[in-house]
Design a binder for this molecule. Sequence first.
Ligand code: SAH
Ligand code: SF4
Ligand code: F3S
Length: 455
Amino acid sequence: MNRTNAPGSPAVTNAPATFQVKSFGCQMNVYDGERMAEMLGERGMTAAAEGTDADLVILNTCHIREKAVDRVYSDIGRMTREDGSRPMIAVAGCVAQAEGSEISRRAKTVDIVVGPQAYHRLPDLIAKAGRGEEAIDTDMPADSKFDTLPARTRQTRPTAFLTIMEGCDKFCTYCVVPYTRGAEISRSWSAILDEAKALVDGGVKEITLLGQNVNAWTGQDDRGQMQGMDGLVRELAKIDALKRIRYTTSHPNDMSDGLIAAHGEVAKLMPFLHLPVQSGNDRILKAMNRSHSVESYLRIIDRVRTARPDIAISSDFIVGFPGESDAEFEDTLRIVEQVRYAQCYSFKYSPRPGTPAAGMDGQIAPELMDERLARLQAVINREQVAFNNTTVGSRTDILLERKGRYPGQLIGKTPWLQSVHLTAPDHAIGDMIEVDILSAGPNSLAGEPSRRKAA
Ligand code: SAH
Ligand code: SF4
Ligand code: F3S
């Protein structure tokens, strides 16, 4: 199906047969994108083959920084083909939620706008758009999308994401997520376990539990007892064919004693913790409304390391928050060295419309932010290389996840989330194998299947 751009062009009534979902932003968007694709597949649509034009393109967008939003509009602009035709265009995700009908005003070629809590209604919206009607849905409906979406289909990869809670009640002063994803809502114990079992029955070996504050999950188990995420992890670990459990993103304030203990007790819970701190300075943390201090954060790290000494820690950082002085920024460099992170994400502060920080005094000049980001990334990279180097000469299990760039090359992940490149002719994707780590680079390791039995 092709649509033309001519103003007042007649509505196209034939339904799209093929689709493409492009997800940006966090893993929760990747998960949502997969669920959308599965739902459309169930409705008889097919995913457009790689390199071919789809009848419907869904841009599953991210609103977290200005750059992410600019990207959406430039993508929309590029979708009109040389002959003036274009696919049906849907904007989903957090930009859809934040900007709503503003999107179709700014980009006239957008046919559908659908928020992250309403995408189970996509089939209706597609029908509406096909009739040339306005198709905008940014409700946060009481009927959860999860109750309406089809069950998970057989997966093509051995790893899968599983969203267990959504939304955020924390309101960090720089962040749009509480507005785009709404309040914290936990999915039910049984819905999560059913989905996990369906994924494992479909060949999945590793599940990453997802949520904007995943460790804020709470719910009743099947005996009516209140549980936290640690209880859920312990229950998931009972699924025999499930080999690895991960979770992200966790908030320092929701690191319960039970979850910390689980890291020392549940073998399937991988020794990796993404625990963003954002800044190494207490005044900045306060201005960010992070509700933890540097010290309380470091105390959590200590306790987690006591429970699981080999755990790898990662974080997110923002440089150039309004009012950040040189000395305050340098505190951030210090905490990176102090914690010895395995890896980190770092961002320049991006003022977001409607957030308190966007109106604060002391907005930092872009050039200074660039300089701070470069200095921070140099320290982060140094720590990451040092962490990877510690694994050289060791023996570990990896889960083979995908093919590498070279013929016969496979890529697997260590428990600490490092990619290992290797050739393993006797093994296939989905196998868990023991390897010896031969060398380390900044972003990956090289290894070989271990030949002798471990002593
Ligand atoms: N809930 C998670 C993070 C979700 S957003 C948490 O609290 O850790 C992912 C990361 O984007 C954040 O950790 C933060 O580092 C970054 N981020 C969020 N808003 C931002 C903004 N306005 N400018 C720059 N980075 C931002
Ligand atoms: Fe954003 Fe803070 Fe919520 Fe994370 S905890 S999603 S940074 S408001
Ligand atoms: Fe982006 Fe929304 Fe995720 S703003 S980071 S896609 S929750």
